[in-house]
Design a protein around this ligand. Structure first.
Ligand code: ZN
Length: 206
């Protein structure tokens, strides 16, 4: 499938909101990355020209297979084509400066290569309330997420997003990061895992 825009959710896990000293939102916080942000997960992350505070955020990614608008729960659920893993790479210093000024943080989030994306596994045999995933860096567990801990669950996120934007076949929703984010260093090796190896992807930082 040809990938399209990436819709992202901020602060969808309470523990991550807390680690960045952000309040838990009362409704989803959405922002977008353009299709040019997408790169294969395995492509090395090149920090050149990105500054020295590029944060990793591992997230569950949802691929949409249908075009929907104002979707109800059934329509939203039926539009899911697959589940994968994404990194929401973030220029944390740039984002903080923009947030402090009350400005949109797009340039900290939407730059070329800011969304490494894995393959997608079919959703058919998956329970959306029981999806778990993790990120190891240099052999150390850094992030662990479970969809049961999302403040807004996947189908409700799709419903909500579809009330604001038409969601197209090929759009990807990345569903927020659990706690444990931090800066990448040249030489780091990242291993991401979904459902005990149903999906396993890795990349390195140069
Ligand atoms: Zn994120």
């Amino acid at each position: 499938m040809h990938y399209n825009k990436v819709i992202c959710v901020g602060r969808n896990y309470a523990a991550h909101a807390a680690e960045l000293n952000n309040p838990v939102p009362s409704e989803p916080i959405l922002f977008m990355k353009p299709a040019t942000a997408l790169v294969p997960f395995e492509e090395p992350i090149n920090l050149t020209n990105l500054g020295d505070n590029v944060h990793y955020e591992i997230e569950l990614a949802v691929l949409l297979g249908k075009t929907i608008k104002n979707a109800d729960a059934v329509t939203a659920s039926n539009a899911i084509d697959g589940i994968g893993l994404a990194l929401d790479l973030t220029l944390r210093d740039v984002q903080q400066t923009l947030k402090d000024k009350g400005l949109p943080w797009e340039i900290a989030k939407g730059f070329d290569g800011s969304c490494p994306i894995s393959a997608f596994v079919p959703v058919d045999n998956l329970n959306l309330a029981k999806l778990h995933f993790s990120l190891e860096i240099n052999g150390q567990l850094r992030q662990q997420g479970h969809s049961a801990n999302m403040l807004t669950p996947i189908v409700e996120l799709i419903e909500y997003a579809s009330r604001h934007f038409t969601l197209c076949a090929g759009d990807i929703l990345i569903t927020g990061t659990p706690a444990g984010v931090g800066p990448l260093q040249p030489g780091d090796t990242l291993k991401a895992n979904f459902m005990n190896g149903l999906l396993a992807v890795e990349t390195k930082v140069i």
